[in-house]
Design a protein around this ligand. Structure first.
Ligand code: C2E
Ligand code: MG
Ligand code: MG
Length: 396
C-alpha cells in the first residue's frame, strides 16, 4: 500500500516544517499499532508512507485501509492546535511474481493518485488498466509536444448572441487539434493534460495570437464590425506564468487588435486557488481595457466574499445549470440568483449551452444579456464563422 497524507503541504507551509515533522511522527505512531509483527511500515519521504503486508486475503486487505481511515478520525493535537488528517491509499494485491519492487511501488503509487483524484481519505485498488492509462497519458504528452511543433492546433469560433436583439456580439475562440490520423480532436481530451504539464502555456499563446489576428482581420474587413468581440480562454498555468502580461501585450501589438474588443475567460476555481497572484494579473489585464469573464460560474467553489474583489465584467453561467433548468425549477432559481448577484454587482451575464427554444425563452426572461449555444451555432471553422459576418442575420 502506498499512503499519502492529504493536504500535508498546507500544514507544512502554514505552520513550519517542525510542526509538520511532529505530525508525521504522530501519524506513524497512530497507525503502527494496527499491524502485525512481520508487516512493514516505512516512510518513503515527505508525507509518503508504504506498507508491506504478508499473507493476507483479499477480504482482509480491504479491512486494513478501513482501519487506517478509522484511526485517523480522531484529530491530532500539536500544541494548542487540533488537526484532522486523512490519507489517500493505493493498494496492489498479490502482484505478478515477475514484478520487481520498483514496479509494485509504481503501481501502488498510480492507484494512490487515483484515490487522491477521488477526494480526501479514499483508497483504490490497482488494476492493470490504470497502468495502461498512465502509459496513454505519457503517450499523449509526447504527441502534444509534436503537435505544438507541427502547429496542428486550429481555432474554431462560436457565436455569442445578444439576447435582447438576437444580433451577433462576437465569438468565443475554442481550440481543436487537427490530429494527423484521428481527425479533429476536441479540447476536453487534451486540455487537462496540457494544463498539468504546462504545455497549455504554449498552446494558449498560439490560440490567443490566432484569435486576435482573426478578429482584427474581421473588424477591418466588414462594415460595422469594429467592435466585434473575441473571447479567449485563459488557463490557470497561463494566468500564473510570470510572462503572461508581456505575452498579452506582444500579441495585442502584433495583431493590432483594440484591447477593448478582447475578452479573457478565466475559471472561478483558477482564481480562487491562487487568489493574490490572480488578482494582480487580473487587474493588469483590466488596466489595458481588456474585459474579463468568469467561466463555468457556479461549478467551482467561489467564495462569494471575494467576488466583489475580482475586476471582472461578465459572469458566464455554466452549461450544467441550463441543462437542468427545464427539468427542475430549482435550477432555474439558481440561475435567477446568479443573475441577480451579477446585476447587483453591475456585471453582465452570459449563459452558455443554450440548446432549445424553451431554454432561450427562460434565460431571456431572466434578463441574461448574452447567450451562446448549439441553438444559435456550434463552434465553427473561421471560414464558416466569416459567413455570419458577410451576411449578418438575427439568431432569433
Ligand atoms: P468552455 O470555455 O466553457 O467552452 C464552452 C464549451 O461548451 C465548448 O466546448 C463549446 O463547444 C461547448 N458548447 C457551447 N454551446 C454548447 C451547447 O449548446 N451544447 C453543448 N453540449 N456544448 C456547447 P469545447 O469547444 O469542446 O471546449 C471545452 C472546454 O475546453 C472549454 O470550455 C474550455 O474550458 C476548454 N478550452 C477550449 N479551448 C481552449 C483554449 O484555447 N484554451 C484553454 N485554456 N481552454 C480551452
Ligand atoms: Mg470559455
Ligand atoms: Mg464554460
Amino acid at each position: 500500500m502506498f499512503l499519502d497524507l492529504d493536504g500535508f503541504k498546507l500544514i507544512n507551509d502554514s505552520l513550519g516544517h517542525e510542526q509538520g515533522d511532529k505530525l508525521l511522527v504522530a501519524f506513524a505512531e497512530r497507525i503502527a499499532p494496527l499491524f502485525h509483527p512481520g508487516d512493514t511500515l516505512a516512510r518513503l519521504g515527505g508525507d509518503e508512507f508504504t506498507l508491506l503486508l504478508d499473507n493476507i486475503t483479499n477480504h482482509h486487505s480491504l479491512a486494513i485501509p478501513e482501519r487506517i481511515q478509522q484511526a485517523l478520525e480522531t484529530p491530532f493535537h500539536l500544541g494548542e492546535l487540533e488537526f484532522s488528517v486523512s490519507a489517500s491509499i493505493g493498494i496492489v494485491m498479490q502482484p505478478e511474481p515477475e514484478l520487481g519492487a520498483e514496479e509494485i511501488l509504481r503501481d501502488a503509487d498510480t492507484a494512490m493518485y487515483r484515490a487522491k483524484a477521488q477526494g480526501r481519505g479514499q483508497y483504490v485498488m490497482f488494476d492493470p488498466t490504470m497502468h495502461n492509462q498512465a502509459l496513454q497519458r505519457f503517450q499523449l504528452e509526447i504527441e502534444l509536444k509534436k503537435a505544438i511543433e507541427r502547429q496542428e492546433f486550429v481555432v474554431f469560433y462560436q457565436p455569442i448572441v445578444d439576447l435582447v436583439n438576437g444580433g451577433l456580439v462576437g465569438f468565443e475562440a475554442l481550440v481543436r487539434w487537427q490530429h494527423p490520423t484521428q481527425g479533429l480532436v476536441l479540447p476536453d481530451y487534451f486540455i487537462p493534460l496540457a494544463e498539468k504539464t504546462g504545455l497549455i502555456i504554449t498552446i494558449g499563446r498560439e490560440v490567443l495570437l490566432a484569435a486576435c489576428q482573426q478578429a482584427k482581420s474581421w473588424q477591418d474587413k466588414f462594415d460595422n464590425q469594429q467592435k466585434l468581440l473575441i473571447s479567449v480562454n485563459l488557463a490557470v498555468p497561463q494566468l500564473l506564468s510570470s510572462h503572461i502580461m508581456d505575452e498579452i501585450d506582444q500579441i495585442l501589438q502584433q495583431s493590432g487588435l483594440p484591447p477593448a474588443t478582447l475578452k479573457l475567460e478565466v475559471t472561478e476555481s483558477g482564481i480562487m486557488e491562487n487568489i493574490e497572484t490572480a488578482l494582480d494579473v487580473l487587474s493588469a489585464i483590466r488596466e489595458r481595457s481588456i474585459t474579463l469573464s468568469i467561466d463555468d460560474f457556479g461549478t467551482g467553489y467561489s467564495s462569494l466574499s471575494y467576488l466583489h474583489r475580482f475586476p471582472f465584467d461578465t459572469l458566464k453561467v455554466d452549461r450544467s445549470f441550463v441543462i437542468e433548468m427545464e427539468k427542475d425549477s430549482k435550477n432555474l432559481e439558481i440561475i435567477r440568483g446568479i443573475v441577480g448577484l451579477a446585476h447587483n454587482l453591475e456585471k453582465k451575464v452570459i449563459v452558455e449551452g443554450i440548446e432549445t427554444e424553451t431554454q432561450l425563452a427562460l434565460v431571456k426572461n431572466l434578463g441574461c444579456e448574452y447567450g451562446q449555444g448549439y441553438l444559435f451555432a456550434k463552434p465553427l471553422p473561421a471560414k464558416e464563422a466569416e459567413k455570419l459576418l458577410r451576411s449578418p442575420r438575427l439568431f432569433f
